[in-house]
Design a protein around this ligand. Structure first.
Ligand SMILES: Nc1nc2c(ncn2[C@@H]2O[C@H](COP(=O)(O)OP(=O)(O)OP(=O)(O)O)[C@@H](O)[C@H]2O)c(=O)[nH]1
Ligand SMILES: [Mg+2]
Length: 183
């Protein structure tokens, strides 16, 4: 379990890889979410290696969308494909890559399968940025996002991302009297 961030050097390459805690959303409601979201907001980094769990895809795609909206180049490591397969789940990596417009490399981190391909894709830096990823949230939400964006005085961070965050921010559990859904 990772709660603090850990930094390592990439083999044979210039540059470092910062391992952030595994989280499901960027709203900093817990210590591990705070470590990850503070890193994104306060540090310069070139790209994101997003390791997601193929056996729990929906749960992992929420964070993936938040990260894509952050507009940094991303490579996705589609991990746990062995566990997913065992449960009868086959994720079409090519289709997912097409839908999200970023490379998606199937891996089994426990055995190392696919990992060198994933690191090569990540390190070659040729992957397109997720800059054009954009969900249309519908007229009224888009209007709210635009209004909030126009009030944000921020030069370095993506204002739409910040505005989306204030529109969709989760409240701490004890502020949600009518919770519904499973996530
Ligand atoms: N079967 C299988 N197990 C895996 C795979 N990847 C990771 N694991 C196992 O999952 C467990 C958690 O691995 P970690 O490396 O701590 O995962 P993590 O995502 O960094 O965890 P946090 O940082 O706490 O979110 C370990 O027991 C790993 O061996 C995989 O592809 N297949
Ligand atoms: Mg970890």
């Amino acid at each position: 379990m990772t709660v603090e961030k850990k930094v390592g050097r990439l083999k044979n390459r210039s540059g470092s890889l910062v391992d952030l805690p595994g989280i499901y959303a960027l709203t900093p409601l817990s210590k591990d979410e705070a470590v990850a979201s503070e890193f994104l907001l306060e540090n310069m980094f070139t790209s994101v290696l997003n390791i997601i769990d193929a056996s729990q895809l929906a749960r992992n795609l929420h964070l993936t969308i938040e990260l894509l909206e952050f507009s940094k180049p991303m490579v996705i490591g589609l991990n746990m494909i062995d566990v997913a397969k065992h449960r009868g789940i086959i994720v079409d990596a090519e289709k997912l890559s097409e839908m999200l417009s970023v490379p998606v490399i199937p891996i089994v981190a426990r055995t190392g399968r696919g990992c060198s391909s994933m690191f090569n894709t990540f390190a070659d830096g040729e992957h397109p940025s997720s800059q054009h990823f954009r969900i249309d949230y519908g007229e009224s939400i888009e209007r709210a996002i635009d209004e909030i964006s126009s009030l944000i005085e921020e030069r370095t961070l993506n204002r739409r991302w910040l505005a989306c965050h204030s529109v969709f921010a989760r409240q701490p559990d004890n502020h949600q009297p009518h919770q519904c859904g499973n996530g």
